[in-house]
Design a protein around this ligand. Structure first.
Ligand code: BDP
Length: 871
């Protein structure tokens, strides 16, 4: 017992070292940006480019803490690591010349190598790896395996304990033995053990205790997938404009057809970055990826490409990541498959020809990729062909392909992103109007719902299209008889692309925790009915479950374009595993793994992240106004634009007129509200009960409408734009304060982005507010908001400032002093600092006011031009 007691005692010491910030992400009194820490962390590597994502493993800085970790990780024991080689189709699978990464043959090898790399780095010493530790296992060993691979695991973790964590779960446990002890990381499968390994490493990466562990984890959702849109909406390509194209590559993370200097870098050659991606996905529990764009090119179904896909699948397989493909509904007519092609007349989803063709193609794929997941289908959407072109509906089409895949154990992910203008004048109602009746349909056997068991309907979180904030899609919970997959967008198409720092964890948390108020057949409220409960199957008892993220991976050095976009991939993966996790906690983990474990530094970066999405929603699309983006590119504002079709146009969504702003979807308007369950239906139908953040999704809000703050809608609206920008100013300044603690390259890259971010946020504010003003006819609100202040010069108070302005003029009488003698903040909690006084008249003074908003700190830098004049 002695040694173990010693561990415990030392851990008490560790705990006192751990900053309380680990747990208090949301409960801060917002302070000024922290003063830079005295010593740069070991991770502050000036040349580092972000290419290891959150799996970099720089040494634990504190020597005392490092020593204690060393005692808890003296050696790595993975018995029979090579025992179960995963399937490998590609004989000549090989890494690129000069690769840093390497191919492994089993998931236990992946686990062993990750532990080796991770502990060597974190503990700053060579931690020995052994297959056969001898008896007894050394104190401090970390033992990884399954009951099948490892007698030690079998001895250490009772079968009943492991039984509870299922196929992909894990147990991480400290085993006390005599005076010492060791740690066991166990899964029922090798992939489960791999997930447990990452969980163990994460404890060290985030400086948590690793003694007295007793962790049991299993995923809440079975299929945790990415959709890879290759080069579309990709902001992580490695050339200057972010779209790729450098060195013959097209910007995509995976090379199938690179040319020129990169011609030798196509699959089956495996690039380092694929393995980094595989490790990163496994570290969060993502277990599948649809390789190609939803607007699918049939080339991915050709034999030559299948060979390449098989190579990719081979490389990813040890990491528990399977592949799938997006398909085009009319692929059978493509001459590239000659002589095995169909005519259009044969595209009857009930016909043997159609089903047979898809079955043959899928079987061909399965021969090369035995764990191939299935197909993602975008049909009758945005110009893609589908069953409706041939007289059938979505249910017929989905079931036709489903039937072809069923004997192969594969699944169809049929997307519900459809908005046929003939269905309803309100785009947001269309998907449910098309899919709802298919779900309600009574079948010959008396059951309800036509969609087959091996088909998921894959639905975006909101009814429009990945806006920064939307109400949840009304289909969640209302498709009782159909498997539903939730689709989230990780790539930041509408959330700042690769310029704006926007951490989307809080948005997904809001979505997943939204109460749908779903009811049972008798109208009683379901016990579990949040969106997450629907998606994980507990609400309505669906056995198969799925969540899908549209990925942000490209060929940029840091893989995601903006360094902080890595956090979105990370948070998606962790939430896909367990959607109840707190987004602030996940941000904290990611920051510690990626940037720094110094308390104040980590804390500042976490604070920058946690409010960033709410700020973005504020300066882009506040109070529930949807889609004000310039057509197509979806980055800049263009509220006055009418573009090709109504439902792609900002004016269609904003409905600006002299009465007010917003789209009436209450019973007096399109009545989208009626598509929700009764409680939400009522709530959204009434402007007085609609949450303000969703106000303009459901109502045409009068300019003078009284808001909760007491302000008019117009004042509140302008205030939202302003506080959004003020948060970005705070973020930019907070980042500047971290310079001594962050490696030079990444620091500079983020700084440059934050400068552009602030300028673009201002552009959003000014473009939108100027346009709305034409309709509201109301004066600009002055001196409102948490960062409002007035100043006293020469005994006179000057206020009435429009917070959208950059500078203000103060007249100073001849002979009087231009000195600011007092600053009066409107909000008593706000702090101020006179940054500089005017040296004379004319002259310039600067006052910084730091205020507080519900989502974080705000900074307004008032620039005063002192000019000659009378007061
Ligand atoms: C929209 C994108 C478009 C995608 C579409 C989709 O602008 O490029 O193809 O979603 O989800 O957001 O299919």
């Amino acid at each position: 017992m002695k040694a173990h007691a010693r561990y415990r005692a030392s851990w008490r010491a560790v705990l006192t070292l751990l900053p309380a910030a680990v747990l208090v992400v949301t409960s801060h009194a917002w302070g000024p940006p922290v003063a830079a820490a005295a010593s740069a962390p070991a991770g502050a590597d000036d040349a580092y480019d972000g290419s290891d994502m959150w799996l970099r493993y720089p040494p634990v800085e504190d020597p005392g803490l490092r020593d204690r970790y060393r005692e808890s990780a003296t050696s790595i024991v993975v018995e029979n690591a090579g025992q179960n080689p995963v399937h490998r189709h590609t004989r000549n699978l090989r890494m690129e010349p000069g690769a840093r990464e390497k191919l492994v043959a089993t998931s236990l090898e992946a686990a062993r190598d990750e532990l080796d790399r991770g502990l060597d780095g974190l503990l700053d010493r060579d931690v020995p790896v052994t297959e056969r530790p001898g008896e007894p296992v050394p104190d401090g060993a970390v033992v990884v395996g399954t009951p099948g691979s490892s007698p030690l695991v079998r001895e250490s973790v009772p079968a009943a304990d492991l039984a509870g964590v299922g196929e992909e779960g894990y147990v991480v446990r400290s085993v006390t033995r005599g005076e010492g002890g060791y740690t066991v990381v166990a899964g029922n499968t090798e992939v489960g053990a791999l997930y447990g390994t990452y969980a163990f490493l994460r404890l060290v990466q985030t400086r948590k205790p690793v003694t007295d562990l007793d962790i049991s984890e299993s995923p809440k959702i079975r299929n945790r997938h990415l959709n890879n849109w290759e080069t579309v909406r990709l902001y992580a390509g490695n050339n200057a404009d972010g779209t790729g194209g450098l060195n013959g590559e097209n910007g995509s993370v995976f090379n199938f057809a690179a040319t020129g200097p990169s011609a030798g870098r196509n699959l089956p050659v495996v690039l380092d970055r694929y393995i980094v991606v595989a490790r990163a996905l496994a570290s969060t529990g993502i277990n599948g990826i649809t390789v190609n764009l939803v607007n699918a090119d049939n080339v991915y179904l050709t034999d030559a490409y299948i060979e390449q896909e098989a190579a990719l699948a081979d490389a990813l397989r040890p990491y528990g990541v399977t592949i799938a493909l997006s398909i085009n509904y009319t692929a059978p007519t493509d001459p590239r498959f000659a002589p095995d092609t169909l005519t259009e007349a044969q595209l009857d989803p009930y016909g043997d020809a159609f089903r047979g063709w898809w079955n043959r193609r899928a079987r061909t794929i399965q021969q090369a990729v035995p764990d191939f997941t299935g197909f993602t289908v975008k049909a009758n959407s945005e110009g893609q062909p589908g069953p409706q072109d041939f007289g059938y509906d979505h249910g017929d089409g989905a079931n036709g392909i489903g039937a072809a895949l069923e004997p192969l154990g594969m699944t169809v992910y049929w997307r519900t992103f459809v908005y046929d203008a003939d269905v309803d004048s309100d785009r947001l109602k269309r998907a449910y109007l098309e899919f709802g009746p298919i779900d309600d349909e009574v079948q010959e056997d008396g059951s309800e719902g036509r969609v087959a068991e091996n088909v998921f309907l894959q639905t975006k979180n909101g009814p429009l299209d990945f806006q920064a904030r939307e109400p949840v899609h009304p289909m969640f919970g209302r498709m009782e008889n159909t498997n539903q997959a939730l689709e989230l967008q990780i790539t930041q198409e509408y959330t700042g692309q690769n310029t704006m720092l926007a951490y989307l964890g809080p948005m997904w948390q809001e979505v997943l925790r939204t109460d749908t108020y779903a009811t049972d057949e008798d109208g009683g409220l379901l016990e579990h009915r949040r969106v997450g409960d629907i998606v994980d199957g507990t609400a309505q008892g669906h056995p198969d479950t799925a969540i899908v993220g549209v990925a942000n991976l490209g060929n940029a050095a840091n893989l995601t374009g903006h360094h902080f976009s890595q956090a979105n991939l990370y948070a998606f993966g962790r939430m896909a595993w367990d959607w109840t996790q707190d987004s602030g906690r996940l941000a904290d983990d990611w920051v510690r793994m990626t940037w720094s474990n110094e308390g104040p530094v980590a804390d500042t970066v976490v604070r920058m992240m946690t409010g960033s999405w709410e700020a973005l929603a504020g300066y882009q699309t506040p109070l529930g106004i949807g889609h004000q983006f310039a057509a197509d590119v979806h980055y800049d504002p263009y509220p006055s634009q009418w573009f090709v079709r109504d439902d792609w146009s900002p004016v269609y969504y904003n409905r600006a007129d002299s009465a007010g702003l917003g789209y009436d979807r209450s019973p007096t308007g399109s009545n989208l509200a009626a598509q929700y369950f009764p409680v939400l239906r009522e709530r959204y139908s009434d402007i007085r009960t609609t949450p303000e953040d969703l106000l303009m999704w459901f109502h045409h809000v009068p300019w003078g409408h009284r808001m909760e703050s007491g302000r008019t809608f117009w004042e509140e609206l302008v205030g939202r734009y302003q506080t959004g920008v003020q948060y970005v100013t705070w973020m930019r300044e907070a980042w500047d304060s971290l310079e001594p603690s962050i490696g030079a390259r990444r620091f500079a890259e983020v700084r440059e982005k934050l400068a552009a971010h602030e300028a673009d946020a201002r552009n959003w504010r000014d473009t939108c507010v100027d346009y709305w003003r034409e309709f509201s006819g109301r004066p600009m609100p002055v001196d409102q908001g948490p960062a409002s202040a007035s100043v006293v010069v020469n005994g006179q108070e000057h206020g009435g400032f429009d917070l959208s302005e950059d500078s203000y003029t103060i007249p100073v009488p001849a002979g009087a002093s231009p000195e600011i003698t007092e600053v009066r903040t409107r909000d008593p909690r706000a702090r101020h600092e006179i940054v500089s006084q005017a040296a004379g008249v004319p002259g310039r003074a600067v006052v910084k006011v730091t205020g507080t908003s519900p989502f974080g700190p705000l900074v307004k830098n008032y620039v005063f031009e002192m000019v000659p004049g009378t007061q």
